[in-house]
Design a binder for this molecule. Sequence first.
Ligand code: ATP
Length: 592
Amino acid sequence: MAAGGVDVSRSSLSVEKDFYRNNGDGERRLQSNRPNDQDLKRNRSRLASEKGDKEEKERPAEKRRKFSPILWDVDDKVAKASSKENKRSNFASLMTTNVDVTLTRKTSLKEQVDVVMSPEAQGPKVDVTLTRKTCLKEEVDVVVMSVESGDELEEGQLEEEEQISPVKKSLRWETGLVSHKEELPSYGEDVVPKTSRWNRNSLSPECGELVVSEERECNSSGSGSGHRSVEQQRSAHEYSDHEYSSSGNDELEDEEPASPAQGAMNMLLGSRSVNGFQKLNKINEGTYGIVYRARDEKTKEIVALKKIKMKEDRYEEEYGFPLTSLREINILLSCNHPSIVNVKEVVVGGKNDSDVYMVMEHLEHDLKGLMERKKQPFSTSEVKCLMLQLLEGVHYLHTNWIIHRDLKPSNLLMNNSGELKICDFGMARQYGSPIKPYTQMVITQWYRPPELLLGAKQYSTAVDMWSIGCIMAELLSQKPLFPGKTELDQLQKIFAVLGTPNESIWPGFSSLPNAKAKFPTQSYNLLRKKFPAISFVGGQILSERGFDLLNGLLALDPEKRLTVEEALNHSWFHEVPLPKSQDFMPTFPPRR
Ligand SMILES: Nc1ncnc2c1ncn2[C@@H]1O[C@H](COP(=O)(O)OP(=O)(O)OP(=O)(O)O)[C@@H](O)[C@H]1O
C-alpha cells in the first residue's frame, strides 16, 4: 500500500451513477467514491459513445471500425474509366482481396496523383503498382518491388525478405476479439511460408514504379520501406560501438489488410478541394506532413489539415506519395474511437492541384508541448485520466490488430475538454499471425523498447506497451525517462535504471543480434528510486500500485510486459486518488 494511498476494496463501494460526470457539486466531485469495474467500463463506453451514433453505441467500442477506404469488387471498366477521368488526384487504399491497385503519381508541369483500380476477379494475385512518372519529357522512372509467392526462404535472406502468413488473413477479422497472444501460432512443419521478396536488383534510381504482388489469400496491401523518423536516422549514424550494429535496416515490410471489407470507398473520388478551407496558422511540421489549423468554410468548424509531404527527391526509394502516409490515411479512416484522432475526409488541391491533405478534428495541444510549458507535472489523478484514455485507444488498436509503433508525447493530442487522442499513424501497421520480421527502425528512440534496440526482428504489441510505460513515467515526472543520445546510450540508460538483463531475467536475451555488446553490469532495478513512495521534499510520489503498473509496463522481457488489457484493469486506477474526470482536467491557453 502506498504511503497516503487508501485501499478501497472493489466490493465495498457505493458508487455514484456516473462518477466521471460533472455533477455540478464541487464537494461531491472530490472523488469520494471510487469506481468499480462496472463504472470504469461505463466510463469507457461513455467515452466511446459520445461520438458514435445510436447503433454504434450499442456495440462495444473495441469492435467498431469505420469503413476502410477500400475499393471493393469494383467493376473493371468503371475503375479504369474513373482513373482516367480523375487525373487530378485519385488514389485508394491498397487493401483488397482480389483487385489490382495501381497508384500512379505523375509529375509534369501539373503534378498528378492517380490511382487505377483494376480488379482482376479471377486472377491469383493482388498487384499493387505505384508509378511515378516525371513527364517533362515523358520520362518514366520505375522502381520495382516484386513479391513473389511460393519462393523458398533462403538462408540469409531475412534482411530483405519476410514471411507472409500462410493463414488466410481475413479469418482474424471474422474471429473477432482474439488477443494477439492467443492467435500467434508458430510455423508448423506442414506449413510452407510464402515468401515475399524485394527484388533489389530491379531497384534503380532511374525507376519510379513500385510493384507489389502477393497471393490473393494473403489479402495483403501496399508496402513501405525504410521509413524513419529524423531522430532515428540520426541515431543510426551516431552509433559507433563496433560490437553493436545499429538496428537500422530498410527491409520491405509487407502490409497486412487494413480492415475487414465493409464497403467500398474511394477516398478521393469526388473529394473536396482544399480551397474549401481557410488556413489559419501552421501548427507543426513533422517528417511526413505539415499540420495547419484551418476553418472549414462550409461548416465553420475548426479543423487540422495535414498536408502530406511528397518525397521530392526522385532518387529516394519512396519517391512521390509516401507509403507511410497511405498507411496512415488508410488506418485512420478505418478507426473509430474517442481516443484516436478522427480523420474526417481527405481533400486535394494546392498549387499544382495535386497536394493531398488529411482533414482531422483539431485538438489544441499535444502532450509534449504541454509538458514543456507546464510548471508542475500532472497530478496523479490527472495522469490516471490521461493514462486511461491512452490505454483505451491502444486497446482499440491492439484489438483491431494494429500496432502504432510511434507512441510518444508529441503524438498524443489533448484538448481543453480533457480529451486525449492518439495521432500520427505513419509508423502504424496491421499485423497478422504469425508475427513476421518487421523493421526495427520504428518508434522514436527515447520510447523504443530494448528488444528493438537489441535488434529483435520479431515483435508485436508489447513495443507499444513499453512506449506507454515511458509516457507514464514522463507524465509523472515531467521529464523523459530514458533520453538516450544514441542507440547504445539508450540501452545503457535503460539498463542503468532497470538492471542489465541476462538469460534468467529475459530468456532469449543473449541470442538477440546486439546483445553481444559489453553493457555495464547493473544488478538491480532502481526504478523505485526514481519514483519513490514517499518524498520529503514534496516531489511526486507513486503508490505501490502505481509503481507496479509502471514496472510492469517497463518489463525488459516483452513476454513479461503487461498487455494493454492488464494495464487497463490495473488496480492503480481503482485506488485514490481516482482518475480525474475529463470535465475537470485543467485547460491551457492555445499554443502559439
Ligand atoms: N489533429 C490535430 N490537431 C492539432 N494538432 C495536430 C493534429 N495532428 C497533428 N498535430 C500536431 O502536428 C504535429 C505533427 O503531426 P504528425 O505527428 O501527425 O506529423 P508527422 O509528420 O507524422 O510527424 P513525425 O515527424 O513525428 O512523424 C503533432 O505533434 C501535433 O503537435
